[in-house]
Write a protein that binds this ligand. Structure first.
Ligand code: ATP
Ligand code: MG
Length: 642
């Protein structure tokens, strides 16, 4: 007798559950997606014990007919696809017909549902994949699915669950994500008797961001608006035009997260994790933020369903784009352009420092999760952990400047060092009363306007330029300021194809490692473009005959090695644009004025003027801030004048 057998449905469902149902949040995801596909506008999620004991999702969607309700638990039973061509253009969140049978095979599940077409509803009970009952049941239109004792029959899987707090944080994050994608719907999330999220329908995503994250986070974000780009594609019969649209919110480079948890990506309304989009996003911040930091981003990319294959992962959290390069560059360029327009400045605020990723953005929301009472759970190891191990789907703190105070009261003259425009004659009471409460964040863009008329006062430690501006006191790092100036200059010269060069009297010979040799062969043309005239000189040696004018002789070797290293490490798959930015950054960093260098007043003046003329004077190509500002607000507050 042969050895190969066809597995029973029960076993097949359990195997599928292994992929689809990783943790309580995966159940919430599948149930929420079903509710959204059913056209629900009100979604309520109840969980107990971090979702281990109970998950209930109730919706006011279309509901199911009795026969359909039974069928829904069959493997590969779906109302969303009927033939193979549908797979090419999936417009619903679900399509595999796997979620309900999978969840039903690893829990005790009850479904209550009624469609408009039937006068009584249906209640079905399933435990560990076995149908226990199917009865008539009086219910309102819509569907309520209750999942109890997740993994009760899969002890191995249960062991992998983390603490209740962590599982709850995953769920909270997930529900929040979906609420952001559907501002026109109401979402309610309760953990036992505690309400964690309750948002009513609003007209705009902006309003939903406000509901979820609060005013201070919203203030720090840059609205992308609606950006569209068209792609002409050759279809078998005709040329077709495809429109890609990007909307959402991003933070300026001053908000630096230590992990990716504040990045929310949606493609056609589907929450996904995607390397291509992540790469596009980080390229947009390239040279504006240190490489190990991440921004806050809430991005919605919409395109024709045919442009994206969603059938590439069992839990439907990954997608594949038909025109990946186009999508990548569209997202990168759109975000970068908006960042360039916004150009925020760092405020020197005593309390400011990048916050660890463990702080959630809407602190009261965090508090609400942390305040939950958690019962002891058997696996002790899991109870020890806290928020540190939160996964990609989590919400995290913004780390912008600390909140600052509003002004009110009578005007008094401020320090003579400050130039006189009306804005600086801040209205303050002439009494030293207690500090009033308040939290108006400074307008970042306004402050940038002060840059061209800064009045230099001197240098601290021969390294930092101190200057008076109409909006306060500025401290500028001379090295990074010059680095930014040179970076943009070199980049521009490269773009125009006319980099200023210096011919070397004697060619400089550089020996390369095999890996460097390979990189050299790959980017020799680009090196030339950046102003380095080089040629192979025997095995694994190159001769450098000319170099960019700004680089000193002593630095040329280091710059070339750095470029080769960068090319090897991070830019192998990056675009020519990224490579050029990397080269320009290396040249600028080496050639820039160093710290511990006394500067003549004229030189300081020149540096400030040149900085004001740069496109992005706020951070160096490696993402460090260039200027810190102690605002007049802060000065007044520190002297207890407001
Ligand atoms: N909340 C709901 N309201 C109305 N119908 C539902 C609901 N949940 C499930 N259904 C019906 O049950 C079917 C099976 O659901 P299930 O989640 O198993 O598969 P799917 O959503 O079609 O695909 P996927 O496995 O990708 O989620 C759905 O196609 C839908 O017709
Ligand atoms: Mg589904």
């Amino acid at each position: 007798m042969g050895r190969i057998r066809v597995l029973s449905d029960a076993v097949a469902n359990k195997i599928a559950a292994g992929e689809v149902v990783e943790r309580p949040a995966s159940v919430v995801k599948e149930l929420l997606e079903n509710s959204l596909d059913a056209g629900a506008t009100e979604l309520r999620i109840d969980v107990e014990s971090g979702g281990r004991r109970l998950i209930r999702v109730a919706d006011n969607g279309s509901g199911m007919l009795r026969d359909d309700a039974l069928l829904a638990f069959e493997r590969h039973a779906t109302s969303k696809l009927s033939d193979v061509r549908d797979l090419l253009a999936i417009s619903t969140l679900g399509f595999r017909g796997e979620a309900l049978p999978s969840i039903g095979s690893v829990s005790r599940l009850a479904l209550e549902t009624r469609s408009d077409e039937e006068s009584t509803g249906t209640r079905i009970e399933i435990a560990g994949g076995r149908l226990l009952s199917c009865d008539e049941f009086p219910s309102a239109r819509g569907t309520v699915i209750t999942v109890r004792d997740l993994f009760f029959n899969v002890p191995a899987r249960k062991k992998f669950l983390r603490s209740e707090q962590t599982e709850l944080a995953h769920i909270a994050s997930l529900v929040t994500h979906y609420s952001l994608a559907h501002p026109d719907k109401s979402f309610e999330l309760c953990h036992g008797a505690n309400e964690l999220l309750d948002v009513t329908p609003v007209a705009e995503i902006r309003d939903r961001v406000y509901q979820v994250f609060g005013a201070s986070v919203l203030d720090e974000l840059i609205d992308l608006g609606m950006i569209e780009r068209e792609l002409n594609v050759a279809e078998p019969e005709e040329m077709a035009s495809r429109v890609f649209a990007l909307r959402g919110f991003i933070s300026g480079p001053q908000v630096q997260k230590l992990n990716r948890n504040s990045i929310y990506l949606f493609v056609n309304g589907r929450l996904i994790r995607d390397r291509l989009l992540m790469h596009a996003l980080s390229s947009a911040y390239h040279n504006l933020m240190p490489p190990s930091c991440y921004p806050f981003a809430l991005l919605f990319l919409d395109c024709d369903a045919e442009e994206v294959d969603v059938n590439v992962h069992p839990s439907k959290t990954e997608v594949r784009f038909r025109h990946g390069t186009f999508v990548h560059d569209f997202v990168r360029d759109s975000i970068r352009d908006r960042l360039m327009q916004a150009r925020p400045v760092s405020n020197l605020s005593p309390e400011w420092r990048p916050q660890p990723a463990a702080d959630l953005p809407f602190s009261d929301f965090t508090q609400r999760i942390e305040n939950q009472r958690f019962e002891p759970i058997p696996d002790a190891a899991a109870t020890a952990e806290r928020f540190e191990d939160l996964p990609a789907f989590t919400l995290h703190a913004s780390s912008g400047p600390a909140p600052r105070l509003d002004f009110s009261g009578e005007p008094i003259p401020v320090a003579a060092a400050l130039p006189p425009p009306a804005a600086t004659r801040m209205p303050v009471p002439d009494t030293h009363g207690p500090l009033p409460p308040g939290a108006a964040a400074a307008s970042a863009v306004q402050s940038l306007a002060a840059l061209p008329d800064l009045r230099p006062l001197g240098q601290i430690h021969d390294s930092f330029i101190v200057a008076a501006g109409r909006d306060g006191l500025w401290i500028i790092d001379q090295h990074v300021a010059h680095e930014r100036i040179l970076f943009e200059k070199v980049l521009k010269q490269m773009a125009d194809g006319r980099v200023e060069k210096q011919q070397l009297l004697m060619p400089l010979l550089l020996e390369l490692s095999p890996a460097q040799q390979i990189e050299y062969a790959r980017i020799a043309g680009e090196l030339e473009h950046a102003g380095f005239e080089t040629e192979p000189f025997g095995t694994r040696t190159i001769a450098v005959k000319a170099a960019p004018a700004d680089a000193s002789l002593a630095d040329i070797e280091r710059i070339i090695r750095e470029i080769l290293e960068v090319a090897e490490n991070e830019l192998r798959r990056a675009s020519v644009q990224d490579l050029r930015r990397g080269m320009a950054a290396s040249i600028a960093c080496r050639a820039a004025i160093k710290v511990n260098m006394r500067l003549e007043p004229a030189k300081i003046e020149w540096l400030l003027q040149a900085l004001a003329r740069t496109e992005y004077p706020m951070s160096c190509p490696h993402g460090r801030p260039i200027a810190l500002r102690y605002t007049t607000h802060d000065i007044l507050r520190s002297f207890h004048r407001i």
